[in-house]
Design a protein around this ligand. Sequence first.
Ligand SMILES: Nc1ncnc2c1ncn2[C@@H]1O[C@H](COP(=O)(O)OP(=O)(O)OP(=O)(O)O)[C@@H](O)[C@H]1O
Ligand SMILES: [Mg+2]
Length: 334
Amino acid sequence: MNRATTQLDATSPSIEVRDLRHVYKGGHVALDGVNLTCGTGVYGLLGPNGAGKSTLMRILCTLIRPTEGYVELCGYDVTRQHREVRRLIGYLPQDFGGWRSHRVIEVVDTLAQLSGLFGRKARRARVEQVIEQVGLADAAYRKVKQLSGGMVRRLGVAQALVHEPRVLVVDEPTVGLDPEERIRFRKLMEEIGRDRTILLSTHIVADLGAACREISILDTGRTVFSGSPAELFRSSVGAVFELITSPEMADKTEQNHEVVSRISTGDQVTLRAIASEDGLPPGATRVDETTLEESYMAFMSARGRASVARQDGELIDEPSVMELEELKIKEAVS
Ligand SMILES: Nc1ncnc2c1ncn2[C@@H]1O[C@H](COP(=O)(O)OP(=O)(O)OP(=O)(O)O)[C@@H](O)[C@H]1O
Ligand SMILES: [Mg+2]
């Protein structure tokens, strides 16, 4: 079948990852057995530190060449059809924040040019539209260094969206944002995700929001869960308990159980925690309805390694890793 036809077929997946493996130079195995299929909508990518989320995202964005496996974006092979993939993808990296001395509008306009929007008038209109869409119209002429953290993340979304990509990849977009900015971000993702694919990685599980269609959990480089939020909820039925007790007893319980939340009211503490194999502490009751975060914690706890950060050695620079903008600059001048 013609590739272009595949790309236009609304029912075919936008992202298809099969048996992906990536070994960094120096021998560190970052991914080993990743499978993922995404259609239209918001897809959440969860997993502890070092699980391989950013590595997977960089592979999707053509920034790293995978060691083994098959990765397709809208019908294009990410290792062999870079240019097509780069046209169709927008990327907000985990550490977006460069371009500090440039004005918001300059950043978006430059990246729009790099993404192939050449007609000056039409480009300008699109740049203004996307700046408005992310709520930065009033800050369009401010320098990046004068923006708040939340505004920088929104600028990151604007640059990733300016060429109207079919697929948007956002890596940890809500880290360091205040609750208001997080809600605003969630709404923006819901709106954008209506007619395209968004793959969003986060440690703040609640930020996936109600619009999240499917969740994939990575753990030490492997896909360990793929399913709807409802399926993740189902997997944790009976795994979370609530205990209302004294501060002293609460401290004791925290030593033996993984606590998800602790709320103090007067001289009482309400704990919500993951039940261990030994059952519930005295006085605790099982929770009927868990939050998505609690379900995730329970799932990881059942795997025996909830929220354990990997203690890896030093990062080894991967010479082939370049930001998408740099690659686009290289392509534009070549
Ligand atoms: N350039 C590199 N060279 C060698 N190892 C690397 C490199 N980049 C990442 N790694 C290792 O690969 C593994 C996966 O890293 P990655 O950044 O993809 O994880 P992550 O899930 O995004 O983590 P986080 O939640 O902390 O952002 C980690 O063990 C990390 O130390
Ligand atoms: Mg990461």
